[in-house]
Design a protein around this ligand. Sequence first.
Ligand SMILES: Cc1ncc(C[n+]2csc(CCOP(=O)(O)OP(=O)(O)O)c2C)c(N)n1
Length: 322
Amino acid sequence: MAEKKEQLLEMYKTMVRIRTFEKEAIDLFAAGKFPGFVHSYLGEEAIATGVCANLKDSDYICSTHRGHGHLIAKGGKLDLMMAELYGKSTGYCKGKGGSMHIADVDLGILGANGIVGAGMPIATGAAFACKYRKTDNVAIAFFGDGASDRATFHESLNLASIWKLPVVFVCENNGWAISNSQENHQNITDVSDRATAYGIPGVSIDGNDVMAISEAAEEAIKRARKGDGPTLIECKTWRHRGHFEGDPGAYKDPKDQEEWLSDAKDALVRVEKKLIELKYANKADLDKVKADAQTEVDAAVKFAEQSPDPDPSEVLTDVYTV
Ligand SMILES: Cc1ncc(C[n+]2csc(CCOP(=O)(O)OP(=O)(O)O)c2C)c(N)n1
C-alpha cells in the first residue's frame, strides 16, 4: 500500500514536470525565444512516465521527434534540455541538436530522433548489446502509430522476436501521423495486432491511465529481463496540440479534441482524482508539486537564457567522427 502510494505520487510528479516543461516550451517558442521545432508531448505524459517508472539508469530508451517527455521521465536534466532548445553551448548537444536530438548516454537516453521510426532499430541494437554482454538491462523503443507503418518497425519486431531480445516496443497511438488519421493510414484498429505476425505478445491499453501503463510495462520489462523476448504495447492517447507548434490541427474534429482534453480523459487530471480519492494527497500537496515543477522549469529557462551561444569556431566539433 505504502509502495503504491509512493509510486503513484512519484509518477504524478514526473507527469507534472513534463507538462510544466512542455507548456513553458510552447510559450517560449511562440514568443520567438528559440529556433527550430517543438513537437509537444502534452496529453501523452502518462506513457513515458508509466514506462520509465519501471526502468533503471542502466536501461536504454530510444525516443522520437516528440521526445521531451521520454527524456524527462528517464531522468534527463531540465536545464540542459532547455539550453539545448535555446541552441546554447551548455545544452545537451552543445546547442547543435535542438529539440529532436537530445541524448544523455549516461542515463541510457540514446536520443530523440527526427527520423520517424528510426528509434526502433537502435533500441533493438541496444537490446542485442544487453543480451550479448549478459546484463539484465532492457531497451525501450517509443514510437507513434505513423511509425508503425515503417519497415523499421517490422524488421525490428522480427529480429527482436527471433533473437529473443530484451526490448519493449511502446507505440504511442495518438490517432494521427501529422494530419493523417489512423483510419486513413492503416486498415487495423489496434497496432498491437501486428505483434501476432512476429510471434510476440501484443497489448492495447489506455494510454492516459498511468497505472495501467506502468503495470503493462512492468510485465513486459520483467519478461525481457528474464530473457523471454520482446513485447509490443500500444497506448491509445491523443496529442493536445497540433503536430508541431504552429500547426492549428484543423483536421481534428473539435468534438474529439474537446472530449480528450476534458477532465474525464486528461491523463494528469485522472491521476489527481485518483490521488485524492485514495487519500494519498490533498489539494495542497498537489499544488506544491505543481509549484515545485514551475520553480524548476523557471530555473532551467534562466540557465538557458544566461548561457552563452556556441562559439562559431566549434561548428564542426563533435559533428564528424573518424
Ligand atoms: C522517415 C521519415 N518520414 C517522414 C517524416 C516526416 N514526419 C515527421 S513526423 C511524421 C508523423 C509521425 O507520426 P507518428 O509516428 O504517429 O508520431 P506522432 O507525430 O503522432 O507522435 C512524419 C511523417 C520523417 N520525419 N521521417
